[in-house]
Design a protein around this ligand. Structure first.
Ligand SMILES: CC(C)(COP(=O)(O)OP(=O)(O)OC[C@H]1O[C@@H](n2cnc3c(N)ncnc32)[C@H](O)[C@@H]1OP(=O)(O)O)[C@@H](O)C(=O)NCCC(=O)NCCS
Length: 168
């Protein structure tokens, strides 16, 4: 693809970002593969606080993603895989965007920046776990040059998850 990627900014999530994430992700389309409905504010308060700890300990986290004008549009970044099932012990990269911001290359731009930062932090490979039906997210893994390496069934929802991997 020859189109220029948009300019994006990544920052360690602030307390206020929990409110922004809560607001922009309260959309059934955004949550289609994350339980189907809006999550409580407390979920984002815990998630943003956990990301600040990851940043302090490892130098990377799921960062708040801002567009050219400084508006919060979602998150992209990396964290240790947070579950007992799946690719335990791996660093996962992940992304979520408010619906109004899909289709513009923001996450691809942010994910490339993530790969550079995580490589600089000394990580040698990353995974992405994606619901097998989540075509938009699978397209992101393709743009990043990731390879399907394993499939998992999620323990609660019993969904098929694809695990993509890329060396850094
Ligand atoms: C998954 C998700 C982040 C993908 O968002 P996205 O905007 O499609 O992803 P990208 O940033 O890679 O953008 C690609 C789109 O921008 C377009 N685009 C524009 N300029 C571009 C550029 N320079 N480079 C790449 N793509 C560009 C692409 O054509 C594509 O649009 P299309 O699918 O309509 O053809 C988004 O759908 C989302 O947040 N979903 C809900 C949460 C979720 O499922 N997260 C993933 C869990 S694993």
């Amino acid at each position: 693809m020859n189109r220029a990627l948009p300019d994006v900014r990544l920052r360690v999530p602030t307390d206020e970002d929990a409110f922004a994430w809560h607001r922009i992700f309260a959309d059934p389309e955004v949550m289609e593969f994350h339980g189907g409905k809006a999550a409580e504010l407390s979920v984002y308060e815990e998630l943003t606080a956990r990301q600040r700890r990851h940043d302090a300990e490892r130098g990377f986290c799921l960062w708040t993603l801002l567009d050219e004008s400084g508006e919060v549009i979602g998150f992209t970044g990396a964290q240790p895989w947070p579950h007992e099932w799946g690719p335990k012990g791996e660093i996962e990269i992940g992304w979520r965007l408010g619906r109004a911001h899909w289709g513009k290359g923001y996450v691809t731009a942010a994910a490339h920046a993530t790969l550079e930062r995580v490589r600089a932090a000394g990580v040698s490979g990353v995974v992405a776990m994606v619901d097998a039906r989540n075509e938009r997210s699978i397209a992101v893994t393709r743009r990043l040059g990731m390879e399907l390496v394993e499939t998992f069934t999620t323990p609660t929802a019993q969904r098929l998850g694809h695990c993509y991997r890329r060396e850094l």
